[in-house]
Each structure stands twice: as C-alpha cells, then as structure tokens.
Design a protein around this ligand. Structure first.
Ligand code: SD4
Length: 330
C-alpha cells in the first residue's frame, strides 16, 4: 500500500498536477528562478497605469517591498480627482453613492480585500491592513469603513462635482447598459487599475482598485475585490489581474484561471488568450461586453488579451515605461 509520504513524493516527481479537470495537462511548475527578461517588471491596466508604474518603480528603487510598490502605485489614480474610475472622483452608483472595491496580494500568498466601501480615498491601503492585521481576507461596506476609521483613515466625500454632474446627466435616462469600452471614452473615463509587479528578486505582488461600473445597482460588487477573479498572485508562478465587466470575469474566476494556466506551462500571453476564450465559450454576453486581462510570470514575461479592441496597458521593463495596445478576441 502506498503511504502518504510516498504519494506526495510521487506527485512532486511527476510535477504539479492540474487542478482544473478536462482542460489542462500536468506540467511542471517553474521550479527555478531564472529570469528571462530584466527585472523589475511592472504592468498595469489602462493609461493611468503609466503614473502608477512610475510610482511603483520609484518605491522599489528606494528599497520598498514589492507590496509597498503595488500599493503605492495604485494610490496615484485613487487620489486623482480627474480619474472617474478609482477612489476620489469615481462615478457613483445609480443612487449617487461612490462605492469602492480593492484587493491586494503579496508574495507570501497573503491577501486582503475590501468591497462596497464608502468615503475612503485609499481602499487599497485598507485592503492591505485587512491582509496584515486581521485573520480575514475580505471586509465589506459598513464593517470595512469601521475598520478603516479604527485604523486612522479619515472619511471624505468622494463624489466630485464632475462625477455628480455626469451622474445627474445619466439620471435623465437612467439606462444601465454598459457598452464595450464605454469606460474608455474620453468623457466617460472609467477603468479599474490592476497592477502587477515582479521585483528584482523575482517576488510578485498585485493590487487592484476601482469604483466599479458607473451607475451600478446599490450594493453591486464586481470582480475587482474578489481574490481569484479581479486579481491573483502565486509567487511560484506569476500574477494576473482583470478589467472590464466584472460579472464576466467572476463567472470564470478569471485571474486565478490565468495563473493556473501559466502554472501548467502557458506563457502569460497564451494564458490571457485562453481565459478570454473561456469567457467567449461560457458567457453569452461576451459579444457586447469588454473584459481584459494582463499577466506576468516569474521570469518577467508578460501578456495581455481582451474581448473587444480598445484595451491598453502600461508596461515598465528595461527602464522603459510605455503604453501598449492589447490584442483582442474580436
Ligand atoms: C467592475 N471590473 O467593477 C470592474 C470595472 C472595470 O474598467 O474594470 N472597469 O466590474
């Protein structure tokens, strides 16, 4: 009879086995750290990623940890009142309340998250405290706010005059039907920031923060604060994060799927493409909605893919911080 120890030895000799039945073959995980691209690497969603990447690299250069880098990177768009997607200045829900979702993961596999949080400019920092100071992963709504206030955060009205004006305009028709890429229209600028970093030692962290879809139902929470949907990091393999219509991402547990595909030997690009294809095959609304993924592996290789043309991302690598257009399924 095979004993438990022998069984585990046999498993590791065979390489890590797929946890996703039917689609993946067993492949060895990356068991040695051998970067193929120069590190550090920072990758983040949409144009606000440029400033976020710049901050993240500054933090790493000054000796900060990779978790400090991802947190402080995404704090830049969170604090920007002109940015209608994240933190201060985010578009409200259909009742006029700005509600925020954010999560963070570090190289030790720890994770923290807040959702449906109001009146706090930096939900990512609250998520980090949930990760570091509580036995929980996720706090929501009132409880998340209470925790933030107990830890020295200060309440602030996040609804700026410009966001309020846009909401009042929307109220005239009150039509909730987010078109693909509506987030990226110049006057409707509304995109989540997801940021992934691999530091010079190959350690990986990620952060994701958003005010969610503008004019959503009160209480709606998207993919962004859900570990595995909006963000996932496994320090042995890589990280992934998502943007776009969260409902589609949640239905395939998108970011976890990207990382599991990389664990099973796919490149970050292949993993993003296969995950978007999964959405196409499984979620009927895929034709009229936008979803985008970015990913990085431990070697510093990156990938991005989306449903509809129009998604772009910021990549810092080899001393260059530049925007790139993602390839799309359609
Ligand atoms: C959500 N995924 O709340 C977010 C929205 C988003 O670009 O990413 N917009 O569903």
């Amino acid at each position: 009879m095979i004993n438990r120890r022998k069984f585990i030895e046999n498993l590791s000799a065979a390489g890590a086995l797929s946890l996703i039945p039917g689609t993946l073959k067993a492949q060895p995980i990356f068991n040695e750290f051998a970067p193929e691209k120069s590190l550090p690497v920072i990758i983040s969603t949409w144009i606000h990623g440029i400033d976020a990447n710049a901050k993240a690299i500054e933090v790493l250069t000054c000796g900060g940890s990779v978790v400090d880098a991802v947190e402080q990177g995404v704090m830049i768009p969170e604090a920007d009142p002109e940015n209608r997607s994240v933190g201060l200045g985010g578009l409200p829900d259909r009742d006029g309340y700005v509600t925020l979702d954010a999560c963070i993961m570090g190289p030790d596999g720890n994770a923290g998250s807040v959702c449906f949080l109001e009146n706090i400019v930096h939900p990512i920092s609250v998520a980090r405290l949930v990760m570091e100071k509580t036995p929980h992963v996720m706090l929501s709504g009132e409880g998340a706010l209470q925790f933030a206030l107990e830890n020295g955060f200060v309440e602030q009205d996040l609804l700026t005059p410009a966001a309020e004006k846009a909401w009042k305009e929307w109220l005239k028709e009150s039509k909730y039907n987010p078109e693909a890429n509506w987030e990226n229209k110049p006057n409707e600028f509304h995109d989540t920031i997801g940021l992934l970093a691999v530091d010079q030692n190959g350690d990986i962290a990620g952060a994701c923060t958003t005010s969610g879809l503008g004019y959503k139902m009160r209480g709606r929470v998207g993919d962004s604060p859900i570990i595995g949907a909006g963000l996932y990091v496994d320090n042995e393999v890589g990280g992934a994060t998502a943007t776009g219509m969260g409902e589609l991402v949640i239905k395939v547990v998108g970011s976890f799927l990207v990382v599991e595909l990389m664990r099973n030997g796919r490149s970050p690009q292949q993993a993003c493409e296969e995950t978007v294809t999964r959405i196409v095959n499984k979620v009927p609304e895929n034709k009229i909605r936008q979803v985008g993924f970015i990913a990085v592996n431990k070697k510093g290789e990156t990938g991005a893919f989306c449903l509809q043309p129009g998604f772009n991302f910021a990549l810092y690598q080899e001393n260059k911080n530049a925007m790139h257009d993602s390839k799309s399924y359609y």
